[in-house]
Unconditional design. Structure first.
Length: 112
């Protein structure tokens, strides 16, 4: 997404579920948007658990990323998730690394 679209698009981040006229979306109301957000948290946790992390939703406005020892970081939106994950685990994480994807594919069905 270009920077101008991000600025003109509204208050929510472009990765968030939204109900915007002219945009293709199934999120037509607040209940559907919260359901979509919960679904994204579930999918993110399927991946994050391989790094010893978990993601939670706080009031539909912020994500909470945590380690098993309780170390946490607030994440405004999913675009900031991987940077926060790397800070918490103390090493680079590439969620698109082919070896990781192959291992993940063997263990999980990512198509709910």
């Amino acid at each position: 997404m270009c920077a101008l679209c991000g600025v003109l698009g509204g208050a929510e981040h472009w990765t968030d579920a939204h109900d915007r006229p002219g945009a293709f979306t199934r999120n037509t109301g607040p209940i559907e948007r919260r359901r979509e957000r919960a679904r994204r948290v579930i999918l993110a946790n399927r991946i994050l658990r391989h790094f010893g992390l978990s993601l939670g939703d706080w009031q539909g406005s912020t994500f909470i990323l945590s380690t098993p020892t309780g170390k946490t970081e607030l994440v405004d939106n999913l675009a900031h998730l991987w940077g926060a994950a790397e800070r918490l685990v103390g090493r680079p994480i590439d969620p698109l690394d082919q070896d990781f994807l192959d291992r993940l594919d063997m263990r999980l069905d990512l198509h709910p």
